[in-house]
Write a protein that binds this ligand. Sequence first.
Ligand SMILES: Nc1ncnc2c1ncn2[C@@H]1O[C@H](COP(=O)(O)OP(=O)(O)O)[C@@H](O)[C@H]1O
Ligand SMILES: [Mg+2]
Length: 237
Amino acid sequence: MALLEVENLIKRFGGLVVLDNVELSLETGRIQGVIGPNGAGKTTLFNVINGIYSADGGRVVFNGRDITNKSIHAIAAAGIGRTFQVARVFNEMTLLDNMLVPTVRSSWTRGAAENRAYELLEMAQLDRLAQQPAIEISGGQKKLLEFVRTMMNDPALVLLDEPFNGISPALIEVLIEIVQQLNRREGKTFLLISHEMPHVGELCETVTVLSAGANISRGTPEEVRNDPAVIEAYLGQ
Ligand SMILES: Nc1ncnc2c1ncn2[C@@H]1O[C@H](COP(=O)(O)OP(=O)(O)O)[C@@H](O)[C@H]1O
Ligand SMILES: [Mg+2]
């Protein structure tokens, strides 16, 4: 059974059809990419999956449950985490306190939460900065912080929106390493948006391509790269 199944998803903004019968299927333990030109509807797809926007048609099924149009909180509680194109962190709070925010209403003891927070901060090479306010770290480090903070909720599925955008090559390596570790060691499933094809190729077994809100291709990174429909969509930009 697929962990995530997106069926004929439709999203309109006024007269603009932004998602036009989008389909996507993701098995547990996989890392899948979503690529497509600017404005293709990638972020909107994430926003509908995680409940920021409601769908105008179609379904999102997670773990066998229909989660279409459920609240953001219900969808997060069901086990879907996400990051944003521009990281959303609490600038005035320390990195450690940022990490603890998702656990305040959980049953975790402070000690257990801190241990997990430090483990994740270490993976992100941010543990030495744990007591500093987030405003002092770089934009790329904020993206890593937001990502590992998402992991504090122990989501089964993580949606990463343009994780490689605006981060240094060194941090991209760290990020790729974390995704692979969480995937291999903890069985986490990832769906990631990117237009950085080399990194998508390094991480993803399967790539879904959207253009103007519609599915235009799906396959291995190699297959998709050579698909004339994909080449045309990117050239037409
Ligand atoms: N809240 C919104 N209201 C109106 N139009 C929107 C909104 N969000 C996104 N769009 C439009 O939907 C289209 C797809 O946007 P988006 O999903 O951000 O694309 P991508 O992430 O693939 O670059 C764009 O034309 C964008 O302008
Ligand atoms: Mg986007």
